[in-house]
Design a protein around this ligand. Structure first.
Ligand SMILES: Cc1ncc(COP(=O)(O)O)c(C=O)c1O
Length: 423
């Protein structure tokens, strides 16, 4: 239940309701953690017990044959790139409009990120832009379902099949989102999820990969688990000879699995409610000048992990975003940008500084020069130049129309001030 902090009045700030806290740590979650603390190994290197139980439940939830739990979403992505056979000199096509780890996983494998621009409404990588970036060194595509909106996966998969590329979905923000009725994470070759504490499904920390290919399972175990689990799963298989404690060993903590396993039971219900609240807010914000609410493409269901809005200063007396944001803060509404600087324009890419000695860009396996400059991804760059106006989705997992009405009031008041020349 949302609580009224102070009764709203027409002179005070618009926001008086505290959103319902996220994540939800209820008695069942606590009991699950306590049980694991008392009854299971805290370092379950064979991945038996709660971790296996969570993996099985998550695989079933996703409709995938395999799920493999790891220490973070970043670890899941790193593993997915590695087991896809991507390495030095290989190119991977990715969006510049994302959390760094979507791109970092490529660099971590000494491969070269190649950026393709995004759609101006969904902020997701565009299939036609991907097509333009393919070279004979391209090995994979990483699609990030940013904010919880699914990428346009059918054309992306067509391109991938035509060019024999692996597709890795970064679903860190999109648990429960669907594309043409199918869950994200079940559309590409490997789906990667984060279970970090702000996400739609949380373990506190943690990540999980899902996929169908049995050969991939052996590769994942061989790369990302403790040697004891490798021994258990691989001793009679070809990869058994590499059980040597040298691979990264990104194993999950048992307590994360204990939390996530309970949270998973509520994920569907929570995502449906998040979506309803997003729809309500979209309607409430639809007539406010200078504010474009969140778009949802046909055939897609948003996971509403974050609520992206777009700020159009030219409709609001050219008031800079910062001033508008301050006016919202006076109403008690904190907003944020998200990406800030598109990844290809960040210093690491401008200076090509990662491993040192020029790697991966000038490593002996790189066969062509890949550079990053302003203008490479104009849509992402425009979004990051004073248009990113995002709302957190805290409280969206429960009905909260009163709270959403207050958000709309805060926006209306700030827009009125902007139009009156008061900002
Ligand atoms: C899109 C995206 N990818 C990857 C990650 C990385 O997940 P983690 O923090 O669990 O490593 C995040 C986390 O914020 C994310 O939002």
């Amino acid at each position: 239940m949302n609580q009224v902090k102070n009764p709203p009045d027409s002179t005070g700030p618009a926001m008086t309701i505290e959103p319902s806290p996220w994540p939800v740590i209820d008695d069942e979650v606590i009991a699950s953690v306590v049980r694991v603390l008392k009854e299971e190994s805290l370092s379950p290197v064979m991945q038996v017990g709660i971790i296996k139980e969570f993996e099985d439940n998550f695989a079933q939830f996703q409709g995938r044959k395999f799920a493999f739990a790891v220490s973070s979403g970043t670890a899941a992505l790193d593993t997915a790139i590695h087991v896809s056979g991507v390495g030095p000199g290989d190119e991977v096509i990715v969006s510049p409009y994302t959390w760094g780890a979507t791109v970092g996983c490529i660099l971590h494998n000494n491969a070269i990120p190649v950026f393709a621009d995004i759609d101006p409404l969904t902020f997701n990588i565009r299939p036609d832009e991907i097509r333009k970036k393919i070279t004979d060194r391209t090995r994979a595509i990483v699609t990030v379902h940013i904010y919880g909106h699914p990428c346009d996966m059918d054309p992306i998969m067509d391109i991938a099949r035509k060019h024999n590329l692996r597709v890795i979905e970064d679903c860190a923000q999109a648990h429960g989102a669907t594309y043409k009725g199918r869950k994200v994470g079940s559309l590409g070759d490997i789906g990667c999820f984060s279970l970090q504490a702000s996400k739609n499904l949380i373990g506190g920390e943690g990540g999980i990969l899902v996929f169908d290919d049995e050969a991939l399972f052996d590769e994942v175990v061989s790369w990302a688990s403790h040697p004891m689990r490798q021994f258990q799963e691989l001793q009679d298989k070809p990869l058994g000879k590499y059980i040597d404690s040298i691979a990264p060993n990104f194993r999950m903590h048992a307590v994360s699995a204990a939390i996530a396993n309970v949270q998973l039971k509520r994920l569907d219900k929570w995502v449906v409610q998040r979506r309803k609240n997003l729809e309500y807010l979209t309607r409430a914000l639809s007539d406010i000048p200078g504010i474009r609410p969140t778009c949802v493409a046909p055939d897609c269901e948003h996971a509403a992990h974050l609520i992206p809005l777009t700020y159009k200063a030219d409709e609001l007396n050219n008031v800079p975003l910062e001033n508008f944001r301050n006016a919202l803060a006076l109403e008690g509404l904190e907003t944020g940008s998200y990406v800030g600087t598109p990844i290809h324009l960040r210093p690491r890419f401008q200076e090509q500084r990662f491993w040192g000695k020029g790697c991966p860009w000038t490593c002996g396996h790189a066969e062509r020069v890949v550079e990053y400059k302003k203008g490479d991804c104009p849509v992402a760059e425009k979004r990051c130049s004073g248009e990113e106006l995002n709302l957190p989705s805290v409280g969206f997992h429960v009905p909260c129309n009163d709270y959403l009405d207050q958000i709309a009031t805060a926006f209306k008041r700030a827009a009125k001030k902007a139009l009156a020349g008061e900002l």
